[in-house]
Design a protein around this ligand. Structure first.
Ligand SMILES: Nc1ncnc2c1ncn2[C@@H]1O[C@H](COP(=O)(O)OP(=O)(O)OP(=O)(O)O)[C@@H](O)[C@H]1O
Length: 697
């Protein structure tokens, strides 16, 4: 829009006025209080929160304007919508509206037309009509672009997507960003879904699943301020590098303190160091290496079996049996002639303490026997005899305690896999598991069961979550979800993933019902996101060719109409051409302003070799490996299986030949992941025969 136009000038004035209001309020808060007065300290927390809010507003006060005419009221009200809200100090009128406020939902749900609209306010439904929807971009305190995506009575053709396309055309750095200014209606429905639901979201690659889940956390914190606390929300993601990549979004939305972890780290924490992971703990190796036939995946694949509800049922049955026969009480005889009967011990354990989980019950029992002993000692008048008896009594109590069974998750698990007890578990799983359990080592696939047993033994240690986000949920198991649900009073989940990217299908789910079966009917809520925002039309259409080979039966992703360069598939005549071609790809894309460039190889070894070759050629690349904790952006060399969740301006899939990506669902999923990482430019390179997965139908 022309910067000289009356509309631009009007918005410019509004913006200046907003900055004046922000500055006024900011200076009204006063300096930071550092004294000892308790009331002042409490007030300071509130003042600090206001400072943070005003700082955020100061960077970009708002991004949208909606002119709303409420039924029964005179005049149209321009509502300015921002990441945080602000009322005018003098009149108390809302001046900027928080994007999470009920009325702001109109900004997202409205997609055009003159029909009446409504939103749910705390006092009931409010109806009215929209007269204008405007996007405003503000950077460095300056008004940039103004795009009207709707004007009542106007022709409104083709305007709707303009601002979105402008945003999607941006180049990426090393962090995921918030999308508050362009949240789409289908995404908004998920973000604003009620709290007590287990939302399962199947979303195409690039449909905004991760972003939407993070916005949902910000929404829940706003909407349920009294019931939900950030530090009782938790995000589970596949690895620490991914957590680093998404770590910018919540602070941008003004949300702090949400726990972010991987399931393995969380599980190991629960088990407080009582188990050791085997060297090959992930057990991923056979599934990603190229050598030999890749194993078949079914319900008896170890990772899938150990994460199944069938295995949980077996555990529960054995745990129940253990509980009923847990204690065969023996009488306790602290010294000759003094006996605490087995019946009394049983009574304490089975009746008095029955409400406790096994481990705290045992602790209470021991403390009770100790108290009984102290009382008996107190009855002895002669101090000398008392001292003698105390000595023997304590010794015998220690010996007695040693004989009591232990409520220890690893021992129980080891016993379960010892031959006679293992009935019901497929033989090949028993054999392979027994081998490493003997060395007191476990694998990641054992962690859900171990934490489950630990939970049954110990209770939920007050660890109730208010909300749980599980990202890349196609790789998690029903037992994991059931376990997390046990740490919550009522289900409140956002579970998101894409079965077509299920490259860990040997431990994940094949159908979403496997996860939603964990919840009662009234909590289940399934959503599908098909529109993909990340990549150009050309890249999405190309990736859609691979999709049918994944065996998931998922429909093709729907592109936003953002056109770019065609996808390039380059055949090489000789190995000597490979490195120069890769170097050229990097150079070309840098010249064209691409900030993040990834070369995706099939295996870790392929990546290590290429990164070394690039280094020798003077190109320093970040080589991504399994234990990476940070994603740095720039030039990256990454194995396909670790590229999941990330995105890059330009992607080169090196070695897209028929050996590395054969006609098999697992390979198709890997290639699909690799190709869908690209925002603007995608090239595939191969020697020999190209992968059959990209053949045109
Ligand atoms: N409504 C939107 N407006 C602008 N950008 C969006 C929108 N929705 C998603 N995006 C962008 O699309 C890209 C993909 O988002 P995100 O990584 O959250 O998707 P995803 O579904 O989790 O992807 P994948 O499964 O492929 O990892 C991001 O760059 C995100 O900012």
């Amino acid at each position: 829009m022309d910067t000289q136009s009356p509309v631009f000038r009007e918005e410019q004035e509004r913006l200046q006025d907003t900055f004046r209001e922000i500055d006024r309020q900011r200076s009204g808060i006063g300096p930071v209080y550092r004294g000892q007065d308790f009331t002042e300290q409490l007030l300071e927390e509130k003042r600090e929160e206001s400072r943070r809010r005003l700082d955020l507003l100061g960077q970009e006060p708002y991004f949208g304007r909606l002119d709303f005419k409420e039924d029964g009221k005179a005049g149209t009200l321009p509502l300015y919508i921002g990441k945080r809200g602000m009322d005018r100090q003098d009149t108390g009128e809302p001046y900027v509206i928080d994007w999470r406020a009920p009325v702001a939902s109109l900004f997202y749900s409205f997609t055009g037309g003159e029909a009446p609209v409504s939103y749910d306010a705390p006092d009931g439904t409010i109806q009215g009509e929209i007269h204008r929807k405007r996007n405003l971009s503000i950077r460095d305190r300056k008004l940039g672009r103004i795009v009207d995506s709707y004007e009542r009575g106007g022709d409104n053709i083709g305007l709707n997507d303009e601002f979105l396309l402008y945003k999607l055309g941006d180049k990426k750095d090393n962090k995921l960003r918030d999308i508050v200014s362009t949240i789409q209606a289908e995404q908004d429905r998920i973000i604003r879904a009620p709290r007590h639901k287990a939302l399962v979201i199947q979303g195409a690659a690039g449909s905004g699943k991760t972003t939407v889940a993070l916005h949902r956390l910000a929404f829940l914190l706003y909407q349920y301020q009294q019931q939900i606390r950030a530090e009782r929300m938790i995000i589970f993601a596949p690895n620490t590098m991914f957590l680093d990549y998404i770590s910018g979004v919540l602070p941008e939305l003004g949300v702090g303190d949400v726990k972010q972890t991987t399931f393995a780290d969380w599980a190991l924490d629960r088990l407080s160091g009582s188990v050791k992971l085997a060297g090959d703990a992930s057990g991923d190796e056979p599934w990603f290496s190229l050598e030999g036939a890749r194993p078949r995946i079914d319900d008896e694949t170890p990772g899938r079996y150990k994460g199944s509800l069938a295995f949980k049922a077996l555990l529960d049955e054995k745990l129940k049996r253990l509980e009923t026969h847990f204690l065969e009480p023996l009488p306790f005889e602290p010294w000759e002639g003094r006996i605490l009967s087995a019946a009394q011990i049983r009574e304490w354990f089975e009746v008095e303490y029955r409400h406790y989980a096994l481990a705290p019950r045992l602790e209470r029992l021991q403390a009770r026997i100790n108290r009984w002993l102290e009382m008996r000692l107190g009855e002895i008048g002669d101090p000398k005899i008392r001292k003698e008896k105390a000595k023997t009594g304590k010794q015998r109590l220690r010996a007695y305690a040693n004989k009591l069974p232990k409520a220890d998750a690893l021992s129980f698990y080891q016993r379960l896999f010892s031959s006679e007890d293992a009935a019901g578990i497929p033989k090949h799983i028993v054999q392979s598991t027994k081998a490493y359990l003997k060395k007191s080592e476990v694998r990641q696939e054992d962690l859900p069961a171990l934490v489950w047993i630990h939970y049954v033994f110990n209770g939920a240690e007050n660890l109730a979550f208010d909300h749980v986000v599980v990202d890349e949920a196609q790789d998690v198991s029903p037992l994991q979800i059931a376990l997390l649900n046990a740490f919550m009073n009522e289900p409140s989940f956002t579970i998101l993933g894409d079965l077509a990217q299920g490259i860990h299908a040997y431990r994940g789910v094949q159908r979403w019902e496997e996860l939603s079966d964990v919840f009662a009917e009234e909590y289940r809520s399934y959503h599908a996101l098909q529109q993909s925002y990340r990549s150009t039309l050309e890249i999405i259409e190309f990736a859609n060719r691979i999709l049918p080979h994944t065996g998931t039966g998922l429909p093709p992703a729907v592109p936003v109409f953002r056109s770019g360069d065609p996808v390039e598939v380059a055949g090489l005549d000789a190995e000597t051409e490979r490195l120069p071609r890769i170097e050229r790809f990097i150079r070309d894309n840098r010249e064209r302003g691409m900030q993040t460039i990834a070369i995706v190889c099939r295996t870790d070894e392929d990546c290590a070799r290429l990164a070394e070759q690039l280094r020798e050629a003077g190109l320093e690349a970040n080589l991504i490996s399994e234990n990476q904790t940070q994603y740095r952006g720039g030039l990256t060399v990454v194995p396909a299986y670790l590229s999941k969740g990330l995105e890059f301006d330009a992607v080169l899939v090196a070695d897209a030949d028929d050996r590395r990506y054969a006609a098999a669902p697992q390979d198709a999923k890997l290639l699909y992941v690799a190709c869908t990482r690209a925002l603007h430019r995608l090239t595939l390179m191969y020697q020999g025969r190209p992968t059959p997965l990209i053949a045109e139908a």
